[in-house]
Ligand binder design. Structure first.
Ligand code: FES
Length: 162
C-alpha cells in the first residue's frame, strides 16, 4: 500500500478531467437527443404535415383549381369560398392531377375521375378526395395538412367562406 497522499494539484487535475469528460459527453448526448426529437417531430409549419400558407384570397380566381405543391393539395375556389382537396387518390394513393381541359381530376394510375369538389365521377376510387381544414385570416388562405378528413360525399358545409 502506498503511503503517498494525493496532492491538491493532482486532485484538481483529476477533477478537471472528470468534469470535462462528463460535460462533453452530456453535451454530445443532449445534441443527439435534440436531433432525434427534431427528426421525429411532425412539421409544424411551412410544409406538408403542418399549416401551409396557400396564398392571398385575391390570388384565387372564382371557379379556379390551383395546386399547392408544398402542401400536396388543391385549392378549389368557388363563389362560396375555399375547399382544400388532398391530391392523394382514395383508391391506392396516386397523386391525382387536375386536368383543366377535362374540368376534372383524372388519376393516371387506374383512371378514377373526380369533379371539382372531389366527388367520384368514375373509376375504382371508393370515396371522394379527402379534404383539409381551411382558415382564412387577414386575407390569407391557410390549410392544416395535419388533419385530412374522409367524407362520403361533397356537402357545401365543407367550404370555408372567404
Ligand atoms: S390510385 Fe387512383 S385510380 Fe387507382
Amino acid at each position: 500500500m502506498s503511503d503517498r497522499k494525493p496532492t491538491l494539484s493532482s486532485l484538481s487535475r483529476r477533477s478537471f478531467l472528470g468534469i470535462a469528460w462528463g460535460g462533453s459527453l452530456a453535451v454530445l448526448l443532449g445534441q443527439a437527443v435534440i436531433a432525434l426529437l427534431n427528426y421525429l417531430r411532425p412539421v409544424a409549419s411551412g410544409g406538408f404535415g403542418g399549416q401551409v400558407y396557400a396564398g392571398k384570397v385575391e390570388e384565387f380566381a372564382i371557379n379556379s383549381v390551383n395546386r399547392i405543391l408544398a402542401g400536396r393539395f388543391f385549392i378549389v375556389r368557388s363563389p362560396e369560398g375555399f375547399l382544400a382537396l388532398w391530391q392523394k387518390c382514395t383508391h391506392l394513393g396516386c397523386a391525382v392531377p387536375w386536368v383543366e381541359e377535362e374540368g376534372q381530376f383524372h388519376c393516371p394510375c387506374h383512371g378514377s375521375l373526380f369533379d371539382r369538389n372531389g366527388e367520384v365521377l368514375g373509376g375504382p376510387a371508393p370515396r371522394p378526395l379527402d379534404t383539409f381544414p381551411v382558415t382564412v385570416r387577414s386575407g390569407e388562405v391557410w390549410v392544416d395538412t395535419s388533419k385530412p378528413t374522409q367524407r362520403s360525399k361533397f356537402d357545401p358545409s365543407q367550404i370555408t367562406g372567404a
